[in-house]
Write a protein that binds this ligand. Structure first.
Ligand code: ZN
Ligand code: ZN
Length: 379
């Protein structure tokens, strides 16, 4: 933690320079010790680094607001994002996928399993809160990028057709999503926000919405290709709807691997391995394309053993709706959204692939131990 180390630097510099009198450094040292004690006390109550994500989001939005979103219409941008997230085509696709996963389920689940109902709450949260938040973050980030790094915008290539530029943006955007997702699995503070997405034990197409609103700060990186190539083409909303549809479908509880196409396109069977309970989860990080996982040695292709694998977090490090005797959807929703700010559990570890040392298993809480691992059959 930066401020912990600066406190250490303060202490060292206090003693490195000979004080002019015996009392000269004492007030500084006392302030330093007080700061450390306060920090220690604070870290038993909250996970302090999580507030850095809040600070980044707030600073970005304040900048965007002060520049009137760089002259871009906020309401028009929000309408486009709403069409992608919850527009009529997206809703039709989601309904279709919900039928497909009933017809060919990876794991048998009742139609109104707890996990599905919880993810429906996240769908509503996305439609109401995340769309304006995402719009504000995206417009602010684009304005900051254009203002501070104006040279990243490439001028128009005369000979390059517009569709080539759009295809390049889509592919590069998918890579940026992969990078951000990788960071979510490797940087502790980001993992605290991404953990929620991995906590689902009853995957469904709605699990795509099971994300912490603030994790979108990390995915702002995916806007960079569109900013760089803006003079050569802008991705139509329809293409973004198709992209969102692919990402939604891979979360569905469907036993489908796409055949040979599954070597390139992320299928439900491929993405399930990313959510697998008993295994490293920093594999199969691709959003739409598997090529990035293959290029970086992180692709695990589905087998008979993986297509029905259980999903969720080892040791249930975050409260989940399946853990209690009675469903408490709103309470659990609040706990899950506040989860990143809770102090770290002792022994909690990110389920990553670099050896068993980081895949430590925490003993389940008494509450979780009392409940069967999957209570999807319970109402
Ligand atoms: Zn992930
Ligand atoms: Zn996922």
């Amino acid at each position: 933690m930066a401020w912990a180390s600066s406190a250490r630097v303060n202490a060292m510099s206090t003693f490195a320079e000979p004080p002019s009198s015996a009392t000269a450094y004492r007030p500084v040292a006392r302030v330093d010790l007080d700061a450390r004690a306060t920090l220690r006390r604070l870290s038993t109550r909250v996970y302090v680094p999580a507030f850095s994500i809040v600070a980044v989001a707030a600073a970005l939005i304040a900048l965007g607001w002060s520049t009137r979103w760089g002259g871009t219409s906020f309401s028009a941008s929000m309408s486009s994002l709403r069409i992608v997230v919850i527009g009529p085509v997206t809703l039709t696709l989601l309904a279709l996928f919900l039928v497909v996963e009933r017809l060919r389920p990876a794991q048998r689940r009742p139609p109104f399993a707890r996990g599905y109902r919880q993810d429906l709450l996240y769908t509503i949260l996305n439609a109401t809160l995340v769309v304006p938040l995402g719009t504000a973050l995206a417009l602010s980030f684009a304005e900051v990028a254009r203002h501070t790094l104006p040279w990243i915008v490439i001028p128009r290539f005369g000979a390059v057709p517009r569709w080539v530029a759009i295809a390049a943006i889509m592919v590069a955007m998918d890579f940026c999503n992969w990078l951000a997702h990788f960071a979510n699995h490797r940087v502790r503070v980001l993992w605290r926000f991404h953990e929620l997405h991995h906590s689902q034990e009853d995957m469904s197409v709605l699990t795509v919405f099971r994300t912490h609103p603030l994790i979108h700060v990390s995915y702002l990186l995916a806007l960079v290709p569109g900013i760089v190539l803006i003079a050569n083409g802008a991705v139509p909303t329809t293409m973004l709807v198709v992209y969102a549809g692919i990402v939604a479908f891979e979360h569905s509880n469907t036993n489908l691997g796409f055949g040979p196409l599954g070597r390139i396109l992320v299928s439900p069977n491929y993405h399930r391995i990313h959510h697998q309970l008993d295994g490293p989860q920093d594999v199969n990080l691709g959003f739409a394309l598997t090529i990035w996982d293959q290029a970086f040695g992180r692709a695990i292709f589905p087998t008979e053993a993986t297509i029905r694998a259980d999903t969720g977090l080892p040791g249930r490090t975050l409260p989940v709706e399946q853990a209690t005797a009675a469903p408490r959807h709103l309470t659990v929703l609040g706990q899950q959204l506040l989860g990143p700010f809770r102090p770290m559990s002792r022994g909690a570890a990110m389920p990553v692939s670099d050896g068993a040392r980081v895949i430590e298993r925490r003993p389940p809480s008494p509450e979780a131990a009392a409940a069967p691992r999957h209570q999807a059959a319970m109402p």
